[in-house]
Write a protein that binds this ligand. Structure first.
Ligand code: FAD
Length: 836
């Protein structure tokens, strides 16, 4: 007889494939005290009707790795659990009928190579040989992945359930969780109709119900269901049993053999959001009404690609709901401000193929308190509170379905649900020709076109208009003065007599500085990885202003608040909405500021890494002498209501200085040259400052302990075997954007974490962690022949531990040396050889 336990260690809420994979993986880690509660029957939500394709090449490395692990696990799952899964490794073929799609596939194949996913690029004739069904008359090439395949979603879910039960887990069906209990910011248990279960940790795996489950706790889990369609044909004579799965992303269909029939599914450009008013609790093994008109164009495209389809009827026209997220990335990880509560949801039609990896990651995360790898791209803490607004989710979901398969051009932004968070300068910047991109809801300038007519075309992987425009902004920042609107920065105020002690405990650097000093510092986790990096200004004896990136706002705020508990007399407040940040950067920034402010900006009076209140225009601003572009400059943190006036004063005063507006693409290329790390790309929670070349931020002797110190001590004085390196490809014509593999003497040694074009140094540049068993030393770098692989082609590269531009930071200090002389000598030599 079933019995609800009164207390367990782990509760999993939701018995779809994700919940069961987590249960299985928790038991694999040795946890037996695991309870899974399912509202109805296992797999009755979305899982039961999935098409079951298992595709490993995804938009980014971590998502691909989750699928890669799943495919490996599915191969053995029957043996491990005794339950058949229906997994078949039939291979997959993705065709390209345009040069852009072919390039994207080639770039993806290169990315896959950097972590061991074998993707073979084949020509049209070979594609036809492998899949005779295809009309390849317009095909330019295809990606072939032999280890891809398909699985039966219900049987695979059952296999996870069998394995979990064998490992000691209890699985109870028809037991909806009616309430999640939280006391003093800590998860304490779940309520069901049969009683309360007290528990240490829980994970919400409730698929499309998750948004409302989170909202009950004031927790933003931003997803929305959308209708999702496939058809199944009648039997097709001679259809090979082992037909590879087929994908034509431009035609927007996929196909797989299904017991002698063909299942053809769609990712149409304009999706149909569903269930905005909430999803009924009794929606089980249900489907939605068919909508033939909606899928007809894509079915026709599928018939053109596979003409045999024209001669068979349709046996099933299926429509079922699946949840999509605003940025098409999964939602994994802990509730920012509720200890012990996690989620794993928002799988954007990839939940079957990602289930193995997601279950493993979540089990490790819950068991050890942190994930085994850096999963920031999918971390639910990136969600902003406004994202639980249902209209926003509804409108974005129209695009989210199709976005999975659009070409992922550089600097591409969503088109729907825009203008959520606007800088007070927004209209002025728009008039000046701003082309906006969206991040965390913020409209941020990517680059400027002609005033009044933004240039938004960026429809290739090549040197489109954005390249020239952002290049001009880059040059203007190096030679004159540029204004960057950085209002999306988050500002967190930490106050109280124990504020210093709290920040000292979180920071590797010494925050006990005189009033007016600014400190750049990593915040570490216990294993020494960088949970964040922030700038802290001491604004009072017991008052500090923490400035952090837009996307880190929720994560950093939660980190502060969690550690503030029990830290004595300290308060933490998010004051982001009170500030506009305008950065004045470039060798002539001082000249410009002197025209609008009586403050003394000389080196003696206003030293680097200091801040002070200044009069400017008719207002007051907090000026930080800081830079992220490697030039003399000041960040102005301005009360929101004074921002327009101060901006107007700066623009008017800067006319004859040639003051230029500049956007985030230029900011990125400037910071790459100067070697500044971008948290989330170059540094993250598995990278220690010692591996990342940020040893100068560790104040070993500051006299107080900090989180992660112990882990750093074990690396101290050792030659890192994994280390962040600056790379350049002096002769490469194709652009690089990050994820490109790096080779040394013919062996793969890492990949680029972030990359762009260095307009001052004149070539593609990036940063990435390279590996060597003997240590990544300057000598190891100098003795290697390096190459960067771009879309399948390898290009000669140079690798160095020093930034590629102005390694001695002369410009930041206000010294003026010729730009040419500041380029890394080795790169300068390589560039002059590269020039005809
Ligand atoms: C048409 C279609 C085709 C697809 N094809 C593929 C494919 O080829 N490959 C692929 O990888 N993915 C595919 N997917 C996506 C995949 O099906 C989903 O991503 C995956 O099933 C999500 O699993 P889940 O466990 O997160 O959600 P679900 O399967 O929905 O599970 C959530 C569970 O939570 C339970 N629940 C809800 N509220 C409560 C509560 N209060 N208490 C207890 N339990 C609760 C529900 O009953 C449900 O069983 C497809 C989806 C659709 C719709």
């Amino acid at each position: 007889m079933r019995k609800l336990p009164s207390h367990v260690e782990y509760v999993i809420i939701g018995g779809g494939i994700i919940g069961l994979s987590i249960a299985y993986h928790l038991t694999q880690l040795g946890h037996r005290d695991v309870l899974l509660l399912e509202r109805d029957q296992l797999a009755s939500g979305t899982t039961w009707h999935a098409a079951g394709l298992v595709t490993q090449l995804r938009a980014n490395e971590n998502m691909a790795k989750l699928a890669q692990y799943s495919a490996e696990l599915f191969r053995d799952l029957e043996k491990l659990t005794g339950q058949a899964t229906g997994f078949r490794q039939s291979g997959s073929i993705t065709v390209a009928a345009t040069t852009a799609r072919l390039e994207e596939l080639k770039r993806g194949a290169s990315m896959g190579r950097s972590f061991g996913l074998e993707v073979e690029m084949i020509d049209a004739a070979e594609a036809k040989r492998r899949v005779p069904l295809l009309d390849v008359s317009d095909i330019l090439g295809a990606a072939w992945i032999a280890s891809d395949g398909m699985t039966n979603p219900i049987d695979t879910t059952r296999a996870f359930a069998a394995g979990a039960r064998q490992g000691g887990a209890t699985i109870l069906e028809r037991t909806p969780v009616t309430r999640i209990a939280v006391e003093n910011g800590r998860f304490t248990g779940v309520e069901t109709a049969e009683g309360i279960v007290r528990a240490e940790k829980a994970v919400i795996c409730t698929g499309m119900w998750s948004r409302s489950v989170g909202a009950d706790l004031n927790w933003t889990i931003p997803l929305h269901a959308a209708e999702h369609f496939y058809v199944v044909t009648e039997s097709i004579p001679d259809l090979p049993h082992n037909l590879p799965t087929i994908r034509d992303m431009d035609a927007r269909f996929y196909a797989k053999a299904d017991a002698g029939k063909l299942l053809v599914g769609f990712f149409e450009p304009d999706g149909k959001p569903w269930g905005m008013e909430g999803i009924a609790q009794d929606f089980s093994f249900d489907s939605l009404p068919e909508d033939f008109d909606h899928i007809e164009p894509y079915l026709s495209a599928a018939i053109e690609r596979m003409p045999a389809l024209a001669n068979v009827g349709l046996q099933l026209n299926f429509n079922g709901p699946e949840s999509f997220t605003p940025d098409n990335r999964f939602l994994l990880g802990p509730a920012p401000e509720i200890t012990g509560l996690y989620t794993a949801t928002g799988f954007n039609s990839c939940g079957i193929e990602s289930s193995g990896g997601a279950g493993k990651v979540m089990a490790e995360w819950m068991s050890k308190g942190q994930p085994s790898n850096d999963f920031w791209e999918m971390d639910v803490r990136r969600a902003m509170p406004f994202q639980r607004n249902r209209k926003y989710l509804y409108d974005r979901t129209i695009e989210a379905v199709g976005n999975l398969w659009v070409l992922h051009y550089p600097h591409k932004s969503a088109k729907t649900a825009r203008n959520v968070r606007l800088s007070p300068l927004h209209d002025r910047l728009a008039q000046a020709g701003a082309n906006f991109g969206e991040i965390a809801g913020w409209e941020r300038v990517q680059w400027f076109g002609a005033p009044g007519s933004p240039t938004s075309s960026h429809g290739t992987f090549g040197r489109d208009d954005w390249f020239r425009l952002s290049g001009e902004e880059h040059e203007a920042t190096r030679s004159g003065v540029a204004l960057f609107d950085q209002t999306s920065f988050a500002h967190l105020l930490v106050q109280g007599k124990d504020a210093l002690a709290l920040l000292q405990r979180l920071s590797t650097n010494d925050v006990d500085v005189p009033l007016g000093r600014i400190v750049y510092t990593p915040w570490l986790n216990e294993r020494g990885g960088m949970e964040s990096d922030v700038t802290i200004a001491r604004t009072g004896e017991d008052e500090f202003l923490v400035v952090t990136a837009a996307v880190q706002r929720i994560r950093d705020l939660a980190w502060l608040k969690i550690h503030a508990k029990g830290a004595g007399h300290v308060s933490v407040a998010d004051v982001s909405s009170g500030y506009t940040t305008l950065s004045v950067m470039g060798p002539r920034s001082r000249d410009l500021l002197k025209r609008v402010s009586p403050a003394d900006f000389s080196d003696d009076a206003f030293r680097f890494a200091t801040s002070r209140e200044i009069e400017i225009g008719y207002g007051l601003a907090m000026a930080f002498r800081m830079t992220f572009v490697g030039e003399l400059g000041w960040e102005l943190h301005i009360p929101v209501e004074q921002a327009l006036g101060i901006y107007d004063a700066l623009v008017a005063a800067g006319q004859d200085l040639g003051v230029r507006h500049a956007g985030y693409v230029a900011l990125n290329s400037l910071r790459l040259e100067a070697g500044y790390r971008d948290w989330g790309s170059d540094v993250g929670d598995e990278d220690t400052p010692l591996q990342s070349g940020l040893g100068f931020t560790i104040a070993w002797d500051k006299g107080s302990d900090f989180i992660g110190r112990f882990a750093l001590e074990t690396q101290r004085g050792q030659m890192p075997r994994r280390r962040l390196v600056h790379l350049a490809a002096p002769q490469a014509a194709p652009l690089i954007f990050g994820t490109e593999p790096v080779w040394r003497n013919g062996a793969l040694v890492g990949y680029l974490r972030s990359a762009g074009f260095g307009h001052t140094v004149g070539c593609g540049i990036g940063m990435g962690y390279l590996h060597s068993d003997t240590g990544v030393s300057a000598e190891w770098l100098s003795k290697g022949d390096f190459e960067i692989e771009i879309a399948g082609e390898r290009h000669a590269a140079m690798a160095t531990l020093r930034p590629l531009f102005d390694a001695k930071r002369t410009r930041v200090k206000g010294e003026w040396l010729k730009t040419e002389d500041l380029i890394h000598p080795e790169l300068r030599a390589a560039m002059s050889k590269a020039r005809p």
